[in-house]
Design a protein around this ligand. Structure first.
Ligand code: HEM
Length: 401
């Protein structure tokens, strides 16, 4: 590392408010957008905070997405900092070309317009039934996380993978314990094994009796083993559930605490798609993407050695004033948030982005329509935040109407 660089930083994690990324990220973006970073296991890598560099590194083949290469956890991880094995077959988010491209092409071929169109009425039904269940409670108050933002993406993934309704509770139970970092290692591993066992059974059933779902669609291509199919299904689950659930809950939290913005969306429902892009830009969901340099290179004039890991802060990039103006830290549903990196960029850009947008649109539209008096049921500072999870959000969101 060059002598003129500042002392290495630790990944900042403390947030000044529910919606803002750590303040140090903005300071780094201004003074040292390619900052040397100390990882908890002693590795020295880099923290990237400026929009142009985050975006270009996400698409740069010199920086590998192979999980065994960027295995240095940027924060204290509950499972320690041991070496991570290469991605399981099918779990292509942790691979590079050509394996990555082969799996991605097969899965992208399943996210067809027809499939999304077919999912739409079912999604509307799922959203309405969540709202019915909240109203049926009779108290005009409910936890939005438990009754709305979590069940919607979980049930949508069941629908996508063709999990029968009668199995959905077993499936969701396993997902819940898998994602609960407080479960501890043994419990998490048990939950992981339970999901894989379930997916194995499901794949066997789909081979015998194909349906109109994504797993059956992938089986019909006759190019994937059962193990690869299970890896792909697990990836869809891991990538598509907590992200969407927390994005829905944080968005509603942001709307009810920015009454002018909520009033605007109520007055102009056609603004919803623009509002979704702005919420995706504004809300910090994860610490960022991880990559590892495969050879000596330089980023914005700073030398980076082969083998060094980079943390690409999507949240800092999405708030970069150089891209979004001096009011980048303000939620403005009328803003043009195009080019945000909430779904990443380049070869690994989110494959479920259109589905996630559809889920958000259906959820927000129905929620605002059903509850004209939607508000928080507690003070904003009493909403428990998921500072302790890999995907940020709220543990609960008590709302009233
Ligand atoms: C608001 C919700 C979501 C957000 C914010 C989000 C965000 C992201 C991001 C940032 C990446 C890129 C990671 C990287 O470059 O390392 C990604 C990849 C991915 N996402 Fe999403 N995602 C969301 C919803 C979904 C949904 C609903 C699905 C599918 C059901 C999905 C499936 C995937 C897959 C398969 C990948 C891996 C793509 C690849 O490696 O080629 N995501 N997502």
């Amino acid at each position: 590392m060059s002598d003129s660089l500042p002392a290495p930083v630790r990944l900042p994690t403390e947030r000044p408010s529910a919606f803002d990324p750590p303040t140090e990220l903005a300071e780094l973006r201004e003074k040292c957008p390619v900052a040397p970073m100390d990882f908890p296991d002693g590795h020295q890598g880099w923290l990237i905070t400026s929009y142009p560099e985050v975006r270009s590194l996400l698409a740069d083949p010199t920086f590998s997405a192979r999980q065994e290469l960027h295995h240095h956890a940027p924060y204290d991880h509950p499972f320690g900092t041991e070496q991570i094995a290469p991605a399981e077959p099918g779990f292509f988010i942790g691979m590079d070309a050509p394996e990555h491209s082969r799996y991605r092409r097969l899965v992208a071929g399943q996210f067809t317009k027809r499939r999304i169109a077919q999912l739409t009425p079912r999604l509307e039904e799922i959203v309405e039934s969540c709202l019915d269940a909240m109203e049926a409670g009779g108290s005009r108050e409910a936890d939005l996380v438990e009754h709305f933002s979590q069940p919607i993406p979980a049930l949508v993934i069941c629908e996508l993978l063709g999990v029968p309704v009668e199995d959905s509770e077993r499936f969701r139970g396993a997902i819940r314990s898998f994602f609960d970092l407080n479960s501890g290692r043994e419990e998490s591993e048990k939950a992981f094994a339970a999901i894989l066992e379930y997916l194995g059974e499901l794949i066997t059933r789909k081979r015998a009796e194909p349906g109109d779902d994504m797993i059956s669609g992938l089986i019909s291509r006759d190019e994937l083993t059962d193990q690869e199919l299970a890896g792909i299904s697990l990836l869809l689950l891991v990538a598509g559930y907590e992200t969407t659930a927390n994005m829905i809950a944080l968005s509603v939290f942001a709307l009810v605490t920015h009454p002018d913005q909520m009033a605007l969306l109520r007055a102009e429902p056609d603004l919803v798609d623009n509002a979704i892009e702005e919420l995706l830009r504004y809300l910090p969901l994860s610490a960022g993407g991880m990559r590892a340099a495969t050879q000596d290179t330089d980023v914005r004039g700073t030398p980076v050695k082969g083998g060094e890991c980079v943390v690409l802060s999507l949240a800092a990039a999405n708030r970069d004033p150089a891209r979004y103006g001096t009011d980048a830290d303000r939620l403005d549903l009328r803003r043009s948030a195009t080019g945000h990196v909430a779904f990443g960029h380049g070869p690994h850009q989110c494959l479920g982005s259109q589905l996630a947008r559809l889920e958000m649109r259906t959820a927000f539209t129905a929620l605002l329509r059903r509850f004209p008096g939607l508000r928080l049921a507690v003070a904003p500072e009493d909403v428990p935040l998921r500072d302790d999870h890999l995907i940020y959000g709220t543990h609960r969101l008590p709302i009233a109407w």
